[in-house]
Design a protein around this ligand. Structure first.
Ligand code: A2P
Length: 267
């Protein structure tokens, strides 16, 4: 797919920056990730999202996407679903190296360290492409400076959808600098709900029936745990209710708390 753009540097399309795509990887029939160049001026906090998209007639078609790369990285990475009739993803899934994507500067979001009060264990609950902001958080040194241990849970319908997270986890272990920084303090729990796998079930059920405690060594609690949640609206509501039942308050950038939530990108 070729996107027509002004050729001046920096490239823009109707006032929005256009960034060159550097790599594309299709993980399943429903998910893919891609990286693009990062302008030196593009700053963000790990866990934030940006408005990205493609040209579309008179004005750009943009959607909120979590940045999956950490804030120190020289490239920007995104992880996306493919929706056959989705206005953006039906086109975005055809991206090829050398194409350009549009991005608005000034990312925002609540899945950031600034929105959490101090704690001992950081627990990141995700479903589907909701893992994207946590791909950023688990590669950020600040995470391991602020917390003693980190647990990332990723629940998907099918086994193949877990690959992105498993691959990321393996990459961290293999990277000399990242593995030294993490120092064995990151745990990944991957579960499926509609296909048999080693670990099955929704994480909300794991929290209620003790499987989360058994797998991580401690039940979720307000004293030590700080939580970030990213998934569908229903998933956010259910996880939020569990956090609140355990005495946690929701945080925001202006008023940090014990847990924060954000909806994963949907179409
Ligand atoms: P399930 O298969 O039991 O619905 P979706 O694609 O619908 O967003 O689902 C992605 C994953 O999130 C699925 O494994 C799904 O489990 C799980 N999920 C959906 N809703 C919730 C919820 N309310 N709480 C926890 N997990 C959920």
């Amino acid at each position: 797919m070729n996107v027509e753009l002004n050729v001046e540097t920096p490239k823009t399309y109707r006032g929005v920056d256009a960034l060159r795509v550097l790599s594309v990887r299709h993980w399943t029939d429903y998910t893919f990730s891609f990286t693009c160049e990062r302008p030196a001026s593009f700053r963000f906090r790990s866990g934030e999202f940006a408005m990205i998209g493609l040209p579309n007639g008179d004005k750009p078609l943009l959607r909120a996407y979590s940045i999956a790369s950490p804030n120190w990285h020289e490239e920007l990475e995104f992880y996306s679903i493919k929706v056959a009739d989705g206005p953006l993803t039906s086109r975005l899934q055809n991206l090829a190296v050398g194409d350009h994507i549009l991005i608005r500067p000034k990312p925002v979001g609540t899945l950031v360290h600034d929105a959490l009060i101090a704690g001992k264990r950081l627990v990141l609950f995700s479903t589907g492409t909701g893992i994207a902001p946590f791909a950023s958080i688990i590669r950020d040194p600040e995470t391991y400076e602020k917390f003693e241990t980190v647990v990332l849970t990723h629940t998907c319908r099918e086994v193949a959808e877990l690959d992105y997270g498993k691959h990321l986890f393996a990459e961290i272990q293999q990277d000399e600098l990242l593995s030294e920084m993490v120092d064995g303090r990151l745990q990944l729990i991957s579960t499926t709900t509609r296909e048999n796998s080693e670990h099955m079930g929704r994480m909300t059920d794991w929290l209620r029936d003790g499987r989360f405690e058994a797998a991580t060594g401690a039940a979720l609690g307000a004293a030590d745990d700080r939580v970030m949640i990213c998934g569908s609206m229903a998933m956010l509501q259910d996880h939020k209710a569990i956090c609140e039942a355990r005495g946690m308050d929701e945080g925001s950038n202006s008023t940090p708390g014990a847990f924060v939530i954000e909806k994963a990108f949907v179409d």
